[in-house]
Design a protein around this ligand. Structure first.
Ligand code: FE2
Length: 308
């Protein structure tokens, strides 16, 4: 709805509510902000007119949002969690990562990424608490033509065997457990040792957990590890690697699963090879290749589509 210079009604009625609120923005000089606020006001008023909430229901909504903010700490981001379970994080991610066919698909960042993870050598073991089945993760980083990307950075993080990230259990898990930054070799290859990821619950003791319960939904994310892959001259990709054998792939509470990101973890019972790899037996292996898009090709957001 355009804010025109035609004389606008001054006072709000149920019928003209959008018109009256939008008219107050006629001095707004930022076109993008104005477009965003116009859209939000139009849709919000439409929702209210459809729901016709009681005063108590509206207060409950305000209380829910207040609690969401109050649940946030330095290590817990309830707002991101809310965005995630409503499917909004994935939608924003998808809009901003329209990639050519063959490129590694992105998925949600999630609330547990930490800047400044330690630099690791290829082959290092990032499982510092020694829990879980050992896994060897390896693969190659290439461009969309299949050429290797040397020196690509892989920022990896995952939950431990008990289903918690290190930042959720300070003093229980070693700091920087199951985190590390690796760099691909001259042939674009990398490998590291870790623990096989497990499915785990997203934080369920806050307002978002109550929202899920009321909605008849579970809070269990299928087993995955996170990685951000960057290379000089390429668009970074924020993604996951999911274990095909994990339950809940079809009902991820944050909608992060994509078919191309589901990989086969191979099980091994081979003491000799385990000893060579410096890990316990039995163990698993998984190959996780990444295809990055040149920055020149671009897959940036199409704001004209968002504006529709
Ligand atoms: Fe995760």
């Amino acid at each position: 709805m355009e804010v025109s210079n035609v004389e606008q009604p001054l006072y709000m009625t149920e019928e003209n509510s959008v018109e009256v609120v939008l008219a107050r923005m006629k001095e707004c000089s930022d076109p993008r902000f104005r477009m965003i606020m116009t859209s939000i006001i139009m849709h919000l008023h439409a929702v209210i007119k459809e729901i016709e909430p009681t005063q108590d229901e509206w207060y409950a909504a305000i209380h829910f949002l207040t609690q969401t903010g109050q649940t946030c700490t330095d290590t817990r981001q309830e707002w991101i969690l809310l965005s995630d379970v409503l499917g909004v994080s994935m939608l924003v991610d998808t809009i901003n990562n329209r990639k050519p066919s063959g490129a590694t698909e992105s998925t949600v960042l999630g609330p547990f990424h930490v800047s400044g993870a330690p630099e690791r050598e290829l082959g290092d073991n990032i499982c510092l608490d020694g829990k879980g089945m050992p896994v060897v993760v390896s693969g190659r980083v290439t461009d969309t033509n299949g050429s290797p990307i040397a020196g690509a950075t892989l920022d990896v993080w995952m939950a431990n065997e008990d289903g918690f990230y290190d930042v959720q259990q300070p003093g229980i898990q070693p700091g920087m457990n199951l985190r590390g930054i690796f760099h691909s070799d001259a042939d674009g290859r990398y490998w590291f040792r870790s623990a096989r990821p497990q499915y785990y619950p997203i934080p369920g003791d806050g307002p978002v957990g109550r929202l899920l319960k009321l909605s008849g939904r579970h809070d269990l994310r299928p087993a995955h590890l996170h990685v951000i892959v960057t290379g000089l001259g390429y668009e970074p990709v924020v993604t996951h690697c999911f274990d095909r054998k994990s339950p809940y792939l079809d009902s991820d509470p944050v909608f992060g699963v994509k078919e191309s990101l589901i990989l086969d973890f191979e099980d091994h019972n081979d003491q000799e090879r385990a000893s060579q790899l410096g890990i316990g037996n039995p163990f698993a292996t998984v190959t996780m290749d990444f295809v990055l898009v040149s920055s020149q090709l671009g897959s940036s957001p199409k704001t004209e589509n968002v504006a529709r």
